[in-house]
Write a protein that binds this ligand. Structure first.
Ligand code: SAH
Length: 350
């Protein structure tokens, strides 16, 4: 267990006392930077379990998807494997093993800010190179990019409709507690036209951090070739709703208590990712439900093959498959979206 560190709470409280309330985006950015920098949050003993940690099949099928696309693109020799926010490195390890079977052994580039997780990744992926952000990725050769539960961790701004228009939700600090309220600057211009007349109390979310990362990625893929596969929970179309959540020890928790000790996430706006991809000239596939996507890639056959090789693991493998694919588990909540260079072939399973 990480030791509780009062320093972030004190620093944020001091900042608010000196300069007034901070945006939800700043609160989320500072809290998550501290959170990821100080622990490995994954697994039964941590705060949450992600798809690659449920079963090796998730990374293997992702690797097959990438290897198939690369193969049909003419097997370019200078392609790179890139992963954004690779956690423990499990997905990459499983994907690269599957890709090797398809004779695809690209150099590995990991975009990761957490020193604790970089260390874990290094034990599994000793030849990888690490990057603080997308800008330092190699600027020649196609990029084959995977981002599983990465975009949901990036900070969002929240804007609330009040009687006096749309205002940014700011976080204040009173009587020892952080408190959100709609008190910030007017942001009518950031509200999409179809939502302008939403009722008082409605919340919309935007994420400059998601937008700039997605734009940088799309620009690179347009210029260099390749594709990005984005897997996350999220929504499509214009929507109102407060999706910010905190998770601690596998339970929902108070978002504003103990900043930096809980995982803060928000739903990803897939329509925004689609339109940024199209604006960069990329072909967009999906979003598809994770469950259907894995089924098209053959998770049924892969489960059967692994169970045949290890009959004592049959029940565990079937349970893992169901957790990844069933609609009442991760199957429809999680979506997959592919953005692909227009000169590359259409990817499988969309
Ligand atoms: N993809 C992994 C981990 C998901 S958790 C999995 O599916 O298991 C989110 C990951 O993104 C962590 O590795 C975290 O350290 C990383 N991360 C969060 N914010 C980041 C940022 N701004 N830049 C780079 N990596 C970040």
């Amino acid at each position: 267990m990480p030791t509780k560190d009062r320093s972030l709470t004190d620093r944020l409280a001091g900042l608010i006392a000196a300069a007034g309330p901070i945006s939800v985006a700043q609160f989320m950015a500072e809290a998550n930077a501290h959170y990821y920098a100080t622990r490995d949050p994954l697994g039964a003993a941590g705060d949450f379990v992600s798809a690659p940690e449920i079963s090796q099949m998730f990374g293997e099928l992702t690797g097959l998807w990438l290897a198939d696309l690369w193969d049909r693109a003419g097997s370019p020799a200078n392609a790179h494997y890139v992963e954004l926010g690779p956690g423990r490195g499990t997905l990459a390890e499983d994907a690269l093993r599957a890709m090797r079977a398809g004779r695809f052994e690209p150099p590995i580039h990991l975009v990761e800010t957490s020193p604790v997780l970089r260390e874990k990744q290094a034990t599994r992926l000793p030849t990888a190179r690490w990057h603080d952000d997308i800008d330092t990725l190699p600027d020649t050769g196609p990029l084959l990019v995977v981002a599983n539960e990465f975009f949901d961790a990036l900070p969002i701004r929240q804007i609330m409709r009040t009687k006096a228009g749309w205002h940014e939700i700011m976080v204040d600090h009173q009587d020892g507690a952080f408190l959100p309220g709609a008190s910030g600057p007017t942001l009518d211009s950031l509200v999409p036209e179809p939502l302008r007349d939403a009722p008082v109390g409605s919340v919309i979310e935007t994420s400059p951090a998601v937008e700039s990362a997605a734009r940088a990625l799309a620009t690179r893929i347009a210029a260099q070739g390749g594709a990005a596969l984005i897997i996350d929970y999220g929504y499509q179309g214009f929507a109102t709703g407060d999706t910010l959540q905190a998770v601690s020890s596998h339970e929902y928790a108070d978002i504003f208590a103990e900043p930096g000790e809980r995982d803060l996430t928000a739903h990803v706006n897939f329509s925004m990712l689609e339109s940024l991809g199209r604006a960069a000239g990329l072909a967009v596939y999906g979003p598809a439900d994770q469950g259907g996507w894995l089924e098209s890639l053959g998770i049924g056959a892969r489960t059967a093959a692994l169970a045949k090789a290890a009959p004592h693991r049959q029940a565990e493998l079937v349970a893992a498959r169901d957790r990844l694919t069933q609609p009442d588990e991760m199957g429809t909540l999680f979506k997959t979206l592919a953005v692909v260079n227009p000169n590359w072939p259409a990817p499988a399973a969309f």
